[in-house]
Design a protein around this ligand. Structure first.
Ligand SMILES: NC(=O)c1ccc[n+]([C@@H]2O[C@H](COP(=O)([O-])OP(=O)(O)OC[C@H]3O[C@@H](n4cnc5c(N)ncnc54)[C@H](OP(=O)(O)O)[C@@H]3O)[C@@H](O)[C@H]2O)c1
Length: 328
């Protein structure tokens, strides 16, 4: 497993991490036993970065990670990034020190850690990303030892650039995958120049890039790929990366044809993100041990090469750019 420095945290993490939204909810049912097995298989495969949030299953994802770390021998080496801010109404006045204390205290309890490794603002409104007082409050938590580092998870490239310009921001989490190329233009160069880590989320476009779905695929009622297809529950960019499902199926067929021999389309998709200069870690979500193991294996692949990169760009330009580029 390749390792990278996670931006201004200075911590070394695996280039393939694990996203654990699936272990909380919104992706259909995952049992406690299956969730714990995914965490264990990931750690066994060399993954040392877990991404979670206080709202995933209303704390279930954090609690499962906390239990795993308490029981597991490998726990001490794993960096856990959580997120806060989505348990309150998305109003700038809610992003204040008193609430940050309450939210981080809950996450510290859930995760069983006195000091949180990395806390990310969870896609807050732009006014929050741009507020000096918000960062002052986060600096206070660092000075008190409540958190070691903070970062911002964002929806848009403009928000990413605003976060990167702040001296205390250690990491930015953003959607970056073969169907979401805009961050390559300004966000990655700015992050590299500033030494801010990039956590690449939704790297499989919610599974579209695996090439395994068809027009007949049905997602469970409790799966956001069913109930948030129109963005009625949260930003539609988080579901299939904002790509219309039918268009995405067509693009996925073309992407699958690019995958080199020996790699599944999912592994090619992850390896492609991992090879981008400035990406610190790529965080696919996994619902099973087999998925977690296959994803970890993408952290040891050779560079994909010029023809692959050109193929990705061509698919994006012809099928997706018009829909995606102006929005995020
Ligand atoms: N606002 C935010 O900050 C935010 C928003 C979204 C996500 N995230 C983070 O980013 C992480 C990753 O994004 P995501 O989970 O939304 O999307 P993703 O990683 O692009 O897609 C995950 C889905 O891909 C499929 N999959 C994964 N590995 C596979 C494999 N090896 N073979 C076949 N299928 C595979 C599974 O689909 P099936 O379930 O159909 O098997 C899985 O549920 C999340 O878990 C979360 O930690 C953060």
């Amino acid at each position: 497993m390749q390792k990278r420095i996670l931006g201004r945290t200075g911590r070394t993490v695996s280039v393939i991490g694990l996203g654990t939204w699936q272990l909380g909810g919104d992706w259909g049912a995952v049992t406690d036993a299956d969730a714990t097995a995914v965490l264990a298989a990931s750690a066994d495969a060399g993954i040392t970065f877990f991404d979670t949030a206080d709202v995933y299953g209303d704390g279930r994802s954090e609690r499962l990670i906390g239990q795993f770390l308490a029981n597991g021998a490998s726990g001490a080496e794993i960096t856990v990034a959580t997120k806060m801010g989505r348990r309150a109404e998305q109003l700038p006045e809610n992003f204040v020190l008193a609430n940050f204390r309450e939210w981080t205290d809950r996450s510290r309890t859930n995760l069983g850690r006195d000091t949180l490794d990395l806390v990310q603002l969870h896609c807050p409104p732009s006014a929050v990303v741009e507020s000096g007082e918000v960062y002052d409050a986060l600096d206070t938590l660092v000075s008190e030892g409540v958190i070691k580092n903070y970062g911002v998870s964002v929806e848009t490239c403009d928000q990413a650039l605003a976060a990167i310009s702040r001296p205390g921001v250690a990491t930015v989490q953003i959607i970056l995958n073969a169907f979401r190329l805009k961050p390559l233009e300004q966000v990655l160069p700015a992050a590299r120049a500033a030494g801010v880590g990039i956590i690449a989320r939704v790297p499989l476009a919610s599974g579209l890039l695996t090439g395994k779905y068809s027009h007949e695929t049905v997602f469970a009622d409790s799966d956001h790929r069913n109930f948030n297809r129109d963005g009625s529950h949260f930003d539609v960019g988080e579901t299939f990366s904002g790509v219309d499902f039918e268009v995405g199926l067509e693009a996925a067929i073309e992407f699958t044809a690019l995958a080199p021999v020996g790699l599944t389309p999912a592994q090619a998709a992850l390896a492609w993100v991992a090879q981008i200069d400035g990406v610190s870690t790529v965080i696919p979500g996994a619902r099973s041990v087999a998925q977690a193991q296959a994803n970890a294996a993408a952290g040891v692949t050779e560079p994909l090469g010029v023809a692959f990169n050109e193929g990705v760009q061509d698919i994006y330009d012809r099928l997706l750019r018009e829909q995606i580029h102006p929005r995020w």
